[in-house]
Design a protein around this ligand. Structure first.
Ligand code: MP5
Length: 204
């Protein structure tokens, strides 16, 4: 069977991808041992990221080449409303102010999402696939070993559910319609580096 474009992108980033899966932020969130202040830092930073990501999805939808692609992206956009509500409920329960200036890494990553759309659909959908695949792979890797009643369970469930898995597979299907180019490899590598840097930043 010939290698698909999505597989080839992942294979090229296998070292960074492994770091994403075994990052202490992920393992400690799963074990429930992540310090509350670290989770709080992540929650506030990621809330900013997800809002920028919503703008990115809207802009990417505007350049999508087919009804099929627009339908997949519409599903992703719809899922962001309950997700942002989860962030806001949790922030209120923890007494966190969400209206704070994001870190430079977060600003860089969020700005890169938006900038990638200017490079056209192939780069934009590759970036989208990377962002979602990173979260799916990380949280699915701990889904089955996370103890019941862990304080962060709803967040882990959000990105490791069967629905999210199907969405990420649909994104892979859109990427697989593209021919692999150096430009796509570079974009996917940037996403992998930003993901590790984001967790390094909040984990400290
Ligand atoms: C995601 C995220 C997943 N929330 N934060 C980072 C830093 N990377 C990926 O994206 P979404 O929009 O929450 O599914």
């Amino acid at each position: 069977m010939p290698e698909t474009t999505s597989r080839a992108l992942l294979t090229a980033q296998s070292t960074l991808w492994r770091q994403i899966l075994v990052h202490p932020f992920v393992t400690e969130t799963s074990a429930g041992t992540l310090p509350a202040a670290t989770f709080d830092r992540w929650l506030v930073e990621d809330h900013y990221f997800v809002r920028a990501f919503r703008d990115f999805l809207s802009e990417l939808t505007a350049v999508a080449p087919s009804d099929e692609a627009r339908a997949v992206l519409a599903g992703g956009l719809a899922a962001l409303e309950p997700e942002l509500a989860l962030f806001e409920t949790e922030a209120a329960a923890r007494g966190l102010d969400l209206d704070v200036e994001p870190s430079p890494i977060n600003l860089g990553y969020s700005s890169y999402l938006l900038a990638s759309v200017r490079d056209g659909w192939p780069v934009g959908i590759t970036v989208l696939y990377g962002v979602e695949k990173a979260y799916y792979d990380a949280w699915a890797s701990v889904r089955d070993t996370t103890p019941a009643g862990t304080p962060y369970a709803r967040f882990i469930a959000n990105w490791s559910s069967p629905d999210f898995a199907a969405y990420v597979e649909d994104l892979a299907g859109l990427v697989d319609q593209l021919e692999l180019t150096r430009e796509l490899d570079v974009a996917f590598g940037r996403v992998a580096r930003f993901e590790v840097a984001f967790w390094d930043l909040v984990h400290g």
